[in-house]
Design a protein around this ligand. Structure first.
Ligand code: PEP
Ligand code: MN
Length: 263
């Protein structure tokens, strides 16, 4: 169902006025984790200033260590909902278990399926049974074929509003946190009719690479770019090494706009 052979036109998903997949790239910025109302509000205010329509932030965090911050859970979803209403931003947030889906439907605009859950087939089927748009991230070590099949699981249950997100894969290379597989973008665009995003934060794990990789993503035809923004990354409860602070976000955004005008 996700194949280009099945449907030749691009799928376009309307979220809060953004026509995702229609040509102009969509951005999804926001903190790694929802930590407090004030933290998310500070980011939301700067996104709004730049005319952004979406915000991201994790309430359920899939952490490597059980002793690391696990997210605020439902309280985090409530913060996101309040921010969404106050700032007019659509919420993109990760759900990690089918048990949380029903509750989350009232709070979120886009359900993110994280890299670690790309082959959690029960979760894929459960989000497939909703009508919420889904942002599906590529697994840490998933082939493109496995990634496409994961999207097929969702669509097989009736939900056609799927966005794919390349977020880097695990290789022997240690200079970056993961290896951004930029060629996945045109392959996924050829093989499927779904919008394709690139997450520059988790793929690189390096603040100095966010801008060049975002430019590469846009140049190669990505429909969107995701990047993390935190009011004070040095005290962030997750991913403190790689989130942009607000001045860095403003500079990133202005640079990427300048770059896009060259096209
Ligand atoms: C995230 O986007 O918050 C995240 C945990 O990313 P990934 O699943 O790609 O590691
Ligand atoms: Mn993160």
């Amino acid at each position: 169902l996700v194949s280009r052979k099945k449907k030749s036109e691009d799928t376009v998903i309307n979220i809060n006025g953004e026509q995702i997949g229609s040509g102009a790239p969509t951005f999804v910025f926001g903190p790694c984790s929802v930590e407090s109302y004030e933290q998310v509000a500070a980011v939301a205010a700067s996104l709004k200033e730049k005319g952004q329509k979406l915000i991201r932030g994790g309430a359920y965090k899939p952490r490597t260590s059980p002793y690391d911050f696990q997210g605020l859970g439902l309280e985090g979803l409530k913060i996101l909902k309040q921010i969404s209403q106050e700032y007019g931003l659509a919420v993109v947030t990760e759900i990690v278990t089918p048990a949380h889906i029903e509750e989350a439907l009232d709070y979120v605009d886009v359900i993110q399926i994280g890299a670690r859950n790309m082959q959690n087939f029960e979760l894929l089927k459960a989000v497939g049974e909703t009508n919420k748009p889904v942002l599906l991230k590529r697994g840490l070590a998933a082939t493109i074929d496995e990634f496409i099949h994961a999207a097929e699981y969702i669509m097989s249950k009736g939900n056609e509003n799927i966005m794919l997100c390349e977020r880097g894969i695990r290789t022997y290379e240690k200079a970056t946190r993961n290896t951004l597989d930029i060629s996945a973008v045109p392959i996924l665009k050829q093989e499927t009719h779904l919008p394709v995003f690139v997450d520059v934060t988790h793929s690189t794990g390096r603040r100095d690479l966010l801008l060049p990789c975002a430019k590469a993503a846009i140049a190669i035809g990505a429909d969107g770019v995701m990047a993390e923004v935190h009011p004070d990354p040095s005290v962030a409860l997750s991913d403190s090494q790689q989130q942009m602070d607000i001045p860095q976000f403003n500079a990133f955004y202005d640079e990427i706009q300048k770059f896009m005008k060259q096209y």
